[in-house]
Design a protein around this ligand. Structure first.
Ligand SMILES: O=C(CO)COP(=O)(O)O
Length: 124
């Protein structure tokens, strides 16, 4: 059964996200994907995946994803944070993570975990 997966990647992580998504394309395509604007566009252009896009992260997209988590509209979040770069919207980034933990929504912050989450969702 299709799940709703949110995908967010900072610029320094988009390259590895695309490589991972290429390997996992078949699995990802079974689900409903939502992403922040640039991440979503990158996945659409590189892989032709169907992705619903919210605003870009710094423009409030992370906050939109966080709200969807609160509303029970997201089954898992893949959030690749670039740990080597300071982000002006750091509070929004922390909000996504905090609310995933408040609402017990699976949150993958690296690709090794993302692969496990993707497989785990199929078993539900
Ligand atoms: O900034 C982001 C997450 O904090 C990601 O936003 P974009 O996907 O629009 O680059």
């Amino acid at each position: 059964m299709p799940k709703r997966i949110a995908i967010i990647a900072h610029d320094g992580k988009k390259g590895e996200l695309v490589e991972w998504a290429r390997r996992e394309r078949e699995r990802l395509a079974r689900h409903q994907l939502v992403a922040t604007a640039t991440t979503g566009r990158t996945l659409q252009e590189a892989l032709g995946l169907e992705v619903a896009c919210v605003r870009s992260g710094p423009q409030g997209g992370d906050a939109q994803i966080a709200a969807m988590v609160v509303e029970g509209r997201i089954d898992a979040v893949i959030f690749l944070v670039d740990p080597l770069y300071a982000h002006p919207h750091e509070p929004d980034i922390r909000t996504v993570m905090r609310l995933c933990n408040v609402h017990n929504v699976p949150l993958a912050t690296n690709l090794a975990t993302a692969s496990m989450v993707l497989r785990g969702l199929e078993e539900e």
